[in-house]
Design a binder for this molecule. Sequence first.
Ligand SMILES: NC(=O)c1ccc[n+]([C@@H]2O[C@H](COP(=O)([O-])OP(=O)(O)OC[C@H]3O[C@@H](n4cnc5c(N)ncnc54)[C@H](OP(=O)(O)O)[C@@H]3O)[C@@H](O)[C@H]2O)c1
Length: 169
Amino acid sequence: MPKLLHVIVACAENRVIGRDGRQPWRIPEDAKFFSGQTAGQIVVLGRICFETWPRAAEDGRRPVVITRNRALERPGVRVAGSLGEALAIAESLPGEIYVCGGQRIYEEALALPGPLRLHLTLVHAEIPGDRYFPDWRNLAWRELTRSESSDENYRYSFLTLERLVPSGT
Ligand SMILES: NC(=O)c1ccc[n+]([C@@H]2O[C@H](COP(=O)([O-])OP(=O)(O)OC[C@H]3O[C@@H](n4cnc5c(N)ncnc54)[C@H](OP(=O)(O)O)[C@@H]3O)[C@@H](O)[C@H]2O)c1
């Protein structure tokens, strides 16, 4: 049986996740949550996310980087040419699989048919950006956990959602 797929993202109410190659906000509590959640696990991510996350291969994480550039492969860092290939590699490694973006990889992950758990930090603001999370609201979810928080700049919610897969699929 394939592993449960975890997708982890922080996104604004207008689904923005990034701007100019970075996150358009700095929320220390969410950064801590993201680090803690992915530590010791397999992180599947696009090349830009990998290059802009210096600690991707630290804290016991096993990155699988999606890129056409095979030269990025090195000890402790796997490379795949597609999400499908990345997930096949991830299945062979110990740990949970966390899909960490960016935009196209999230789109492809949410289009997969199997069981999926979404760890969503929803930032309650409309924020300008150039990268988006797919429209998760039109899919069927069961809310597993929710907690509210805020800092001096933003209000945000930590949500864990389980995608409801129609029976028989
Ligand atoms: N808020 C959040 O939680 C969150 C999470 C993730 C990312 N972000 C933001 O999103 C932005 C980065 O994401 P991004 O979407 O621009 O880039 P990305 O997905 O990290 O990287 C794009 C690159 O990954 C490879 N790639 C991506 N999808 C592929 C596919 N399906 N098949 C083959 N290769 C693929 C290609 O690499 P090559 O060109 O090397 O072939 C492509 O140029 C930043 O602004 C970042 O801060 C935010």
